[in-house]
Design a protein around this ligand. Structure first.
Ligand code: SAH
Length: 216
């Protein structure tokens, strides 16, 4: 497929999947029009890359449905000079979207293969404001804390304490919380050191596996 055809698919994704469901941030919508989602998805699935569903990316993991990526990104309310931490790099697609919205993106992935592949793709696309680490993201990434935004793209049994500790005052944390097979997308705000929690909607993510989450 030609780049111009992909551009049409992206435009259509925004108009058909995101706007009608209430995504309205111009910055988020432009990021979705710009980032080539197909570049992050394995060959095998290349016909489906802009479809309204999640897709496999290897290691039993998935890239989220575009709408879920957009919703979480919008809820983070990132400004262009802010610092954001992502837990669960996966394909690297969400990290690229975040890199369009924030100043600096830190992303942690537990599978070496996925982290390496994401890093390669992001480098090829020219992103210079994303740093990826292989490790257990339930512990956050202390070195660069605190973060204005933290996004967890895997489901947790509860909110990892380390992530709350690394959230700046005024910062936003978005995380799916609940059981192994379904969760509640949860938004936490650090308001002058107090955490205010808001339930957003039901969702389904792969499990967050680590010290402060599931053991497998
Ligand atoms: N944001 C990704 C979606 C990835 S799916 C994208 O845009 O493609 C969730 C990812 O979280 C998986 O890659 C999984 O390996 C990773 N993950 C699960 N538990 C983790 C942990 N404790 N630390 C870091 N990554 C984790």
């Amino acid at each position: 497929m030609e780049e111009s055809e992909y551009r049409i698919l992206r435009e259509r994704m925004v108009v058909e999947q995101l706007i009608p469901r209430g995504i309205h941030s111009e910055r988020v919508l432009s990021a979705f029009k710009k980032v080539p989602r197909h570049a992050f998805i394995p060959e095998l699935e290349s016909d489906n890359t802009y479809g309204d569903f999640p897709l496999p990316i290897g290691e039993g993991q998935t890239i989220s449905q575009p709408y879920m990526v957009a919703l979480m990104s919008e809820l983070l309310e990132l400004k262009k000079d802010e610092k954001v931490l992502e837990i669960g790099t996966g394909s690297g697609y969400q990290a690229a979207i975040l890199a369009e919205l924030a100043g600096k993106v830190y992303s942690v992935e537990r599978f070496e293969n996925l982290a390496k592949s994401a890093e390669r793709i992001l480098e090829k696309l020219g992103y210079q404001n994303i740093k990826i680490k292989i490790g257990d993201g339930t512990l956050g990434w202390d070195e660069y804390a605190p973060y204005d935004g933290i996004i967890v793209t895997a489901g947790a049994p509860e909110i990892p304490k380390s992530l709350l500790e690394q959230l700046a005052e005024g910062g936003r944390l978005i995380i799916p919380v609940g059981g192994h097979y379904s969760q509640m997308l949860t938004l936490v705000r650090n308001v002058k050191g107090k955490f205010k929690t808001l339930d957003i909607c039901g969702c389904i993510f792969v499990p967050l596996v680590g010290k402060e989450a599931w053991s497998k």
